[in-house]
Structures are given as C-alpha cells and as structure tokens.
Design a protein around this ligand. Structure first.
Ligand code: FDA
Length: 454
C-alpha cells in the first residue's frame, strides 16, 4: 500500500472531477485524482468499433451550454453542426410515417394545437423555476408530489399530445417513464436548459458536436494534470474527520485536507465511509436513481436518407426507437444514424437475445427511413447499465417528492467531503455543461475554504 499526501483528493475522473482538479491545480493546490476505470471521461467516451468512431456516451453541445462552450474554446477544440437539412419523420399512433418540418409533430390539427398549448404552459411554469433551487418555488411541494404523467392527464384530454410532450422529458431526457418522476423534476430539466421549448427544438438542444469526439474534453483536462490522475484506482473507503480525509483504494492511501466525490450519486453507496455519513445523506442517496437508455449506432456506406430529402431526425412515442438523428462524423463519407430506446422499452429489449434485439431496433429505424436502414455495415449498442462504474444512463434524478425533501441538502459538504457531478447541477443538469459548472463551483469553494499556498 503506497501513501500519498496532498491538499485535495478527487474521486472520479469524469468531466466534473477533472474540471475541479484543473482549477485547484491552477490555484497552486496539490491534487490527486483517483479513477476506477482504465480511462478518463466517465460518461463521455469516444471509441472505435469495427473501425467506426462512435460517441458511446455524451456528445451534443447546445448554445445555452456556455460553460462547456468556454471549455471547448479554452482547450482549442473545434465543433461542427449536426446534419439537419431536409424533412424530419414522425410515426403516429397509426404507425404511419409522416414527413414534417419545424418542431411540431404532424398529427391532427387539434392535437398539433394542443401540443403547442402545452409547450406554452410548460414554458411559463419553467420560467418560474430557479434551476439551482427548484424546491423554492411557491408550489414546489405540490409539483413534486404529482407525477409528470398525472400532471399531463389533468392538463389535457388529448392522449397523443400528452404522449408527445412526455417524450421530451421522459424518454428523451430523464430516461424514466413519466409516472416515475415528479412534475417539479420535469420542470428542473427544462429550466436547466433555459426553457421547455429548448427541449422540443432538436436543432437547439442537439446543435453541435466536437470534431474527433467529446471525450477530447476530459482527455485534454487529464493531459494537463499528468500523473496526478491515477487510473484503475476504485476508491473503496473514505475515512473522514476534522483532520481531513483518507481515500483508500486497493493499493493507495491518499491523505488530503478535502475530498471531492465526483461520482454519480447512485454510486455513493459503493464507497464505505468511516465514520458513516449522516442519516439524512444516507436517506437522500437512496432517492436518487439513474435512468436507462440504449444508445444505438448504425453506420451505412452512405447517408442514404439524405438522398430521399430526409434530415435524419425522427420521433415517435410509439416506436421502440423514440428519437433518431443523423450522427455522421465530421468529414466522413459513411452515414451514421443514432437512435435511443428508453426505460421500459429498453427493459423489454434487453431481455431478448442480442440478434433479436438488433432486428427489432433496426426494424424500428426502418419505420422512419425505409428498408435500407435494415442493413448497416457497423452496428453497436451503448450499454451503460452494464458498466460497473455508471450503471445506467444518462443521469440520476429523484423519485417523487425527493427534490423538495432532499434537494436543498445535496450540495452541502459533510466535514471535509464534497459531492458533485452533472446530476447535481442546476444549469446544465444531467449534461457535460453541468459537470463543468459543478467542477468549477466546488473547486472555488474548496480553495476559498482551505486557502491557496503562498
Ligand atoms: P461521470 O459519471 O462522467 O464521472 C464519474 C467518474 O467517477 C467516472 O469516470 C467513474 O468511473 C468514476 N468512479 C465511480 N465510482 C468511483 C470510485 N468508487 N472510485 C473512483 N472512481 C469512481 N451530456 C451532454 O452534455 N450531451 C449529450 O449528448 C449527452 N448524451 C449522453 C449519452 C449517454 C449514453 C450518456 C451515458 C450520457 C450522456 N450525457 C450527455 C450526459 C453526460 O455524459 C454526463 O452528464 C457527464 O459526462 C457526467 O460527468 P460527471 O463527471 O459528472 O460524471
């Protein structure tokens, strides 16, 4: 067992941990980052599968994500726009694929205007929510104790309109069924992106990608930290008290004045705390859980849908793949589609054998793009739920009532321990932008607290 002494030990080399570590080092503090995996980046992972570069995890950047945009600028990373020229496709309850332009899915005129009305109602409510403190809304408890599904049912008698509005938050963001999270949690998701209508506008929320992959961000951050980042070092135990903290891995003991636990909240309980964490923390952690989504990548010799005048953007609350996009890489001739299968649909698919699952997913893609979608040259499913150091995707959210009950305490330090990740962000909640914001905030708080060496 080797021993290291430093000012701050960071647990987790995702974007949150690495951003904080970089700021702390820039302040002159001595930092060690302990990462469980054999790579940095956590939920951001750019990998090559059968010769094809894929974004296994996070990838898109939107214009409101100013913290991420600033990091990209600082690290000198170039971006490019997602391909979006042409018509989008919507598959309605009748199973028929319809082409459309703009944000509102083509349904009956009544349903279309109901969708627009609900977006307006949600935009107004969202504008009242402080993403850093949604529990302070005057009706927070009421909104936090009614599921988004129930709220929608009370708000509209148009089932197809409700299904479509639910899709933007449930399938597409929290990756949980709309009966499993509160309306306040849904409003936080929208407020964290600036407006509910931003979540509806794919051209806004899925605007740009990083040339070469988003993992270039954590890789560049880690590069600047050099051998301060230790891979293959899952932290098993944190001893903490007035004198500081000791993080114990299988072969290292790192003694520090402060620790940042920068792992997703569903994994807090995998670390043993000596002494145990306070009661309210133990409770809080059990009310935060990760959603589930299968991110599907299918690459073809050419982006054949473009020749048919399609942008590659597709939606349907009634399809296994509820949304799909042209995800062709910058400068490539091949065309790649990316699609998403969430929550209970993902449960059902994951129970099948891989060939059957692939066949069903490709059939769902074919319902949007035609039979050519059935025969990709490379096919891959990101399976974050099987990853020991994540266990789901995209991020964690509270169960019903959890935000008002525990939210205000989630960023409160426990002695020398601080907890932070994109899951605890206000602006940029659940996104890389939020990870960067949380990393900067906690680094500033720690250096203000322990001072900067002369
Ligand atoms: P993250 O989980 O990345 O990092 C935590 C780190 O802690 C990991 O490296 C983990 O291995 C490590 N760890 C865990 N336990 C440990 C222990 N005991 N000891 C040591 N290390 C430990 N965002 C976005 O902005 N745009 C997008 O398009 C998408 N899309 C998307 C798709 C998919 C499939 C996923 C899974 C996620 C996204 N996201 C996204 C979300 C985004 O990727 C995510 O919010 C951030 O990367 C989270 O960064 P953090 O550093 O907060 O946690």
């Amino acid at each position: 067992m080797s021993e290291i002494r430093c000012d701050v030990v960071v647990i987790g080399a995702g974007v949150t941990g690495l951003t904080a570590a970089r700021d702390l080092v820039a302040e002159g503090l001595d930092v060690v980052v302990l990462e469980a995996r054999d790579r940095v980046g956590g939920r951001v992972w750019t990998n090559t599968i059968e010769g094809q570069l894929y974004e296994i995890g996070g990838q898109w950047v939107s214009p409101d994500q100013t913290a991420l945009l600033a990091s990209l600028d600082e690290l000198g990373l170039a971006t490019y726009s997602r391909f979006r020229d042409g018509e989008s496709v919507y598959v309605g309850r009748d199973g028929v694929a319809k082409r459309f332009t703009g944000d509102i899915f083509p349904a009956s005129p009544r349903t279309e205007s109901e969708i627009e009305r609900l977006i307006g109602v949600l935009d107004e409510l969202t504008a009242e929510i402080d993403p850093d403190a949604p529990w302070q809304h005057p009706r927070a408890r009421e909104l936090d104790t009614v599921s988004f599904k129930e709220w929608l049912a009370a708000e509209s008698d148009d089932e197809e309109a409700r299904d479509n509005i639910a899709l933007f938050i449930a399938d597409a963001m929290l990756t949980k069924p709309a009966h499993a999270f509160s309306t306040l949690q849904a409003l936080l998701m929208a407020a964290s992106a600036g407006a509910f209508s931003h979540l509806v506008d794919a051209d806004f929320i899925l605007d740009k990608r990083v040339v070469g992959g988003l993992q270039k961000v954590p890789l560049a951050l880690a590069d600047g930290l050099g051998d301060r980042v230790r891979l293959d070092q899952p932290v098993r135990t944190l001893h903490w008290g007035d004198d500081g903290v000791t993080a114990v891995t299988d072969d290292l003991e790192v003694h520090a004045r402060r620790a940042l636990v920068a792992v997703p909240p569903n994994l807090y309980g995998r670390i043993a705390y000596e002494p145990p964490l306070p009661r309210e923390r133990n409770q809080m952690h059990q009310h935060l859980s990760l959603g589930l989504v299968i991110k599907v990548h299918a690459t073809y010799e050419t982006p054949f849908w473009r020749e048919a005048g399609l942008s590659g953007t597709s939606f349907s609350p009634y399809q296994l793949v509820h949304e799909a996009y042209d995800n062709s890489n910058f400068g490539e001739d091949r065309g790649t589609l990316v699609g998403f299968v969430s929550d209970e649909k993902a449960d059902r698919l994951l129970a099948l054998d891989p060939d059957e699952r692939k066949a069903r997913i490709l059939a769902s893609l074919a319902s949007y793009y035609g039979p050519q979608a059935l025969t990709p040259v490379v096919y891959y499913e990101s399976d974050w739920a099987s990853e020991e150091w994540t266990q789901g995707a995209y991020a964690t959210s509270f169960d019903l009532g959890g935000l008002t009950r525990f939210g205000a305490g989630q960023t409160t330090p426990v002695g020398p321990l601080r907890f932070g990740s994109s899951d605890l962000a206000g602006l940029g909640f659940q996104h890389v932008d939020g990870a960067i914001r949380v990393g900067h905030r906690i680094a500033a708080e720690i250096s203000a607290e322990i001072g900067v060496p002369a």
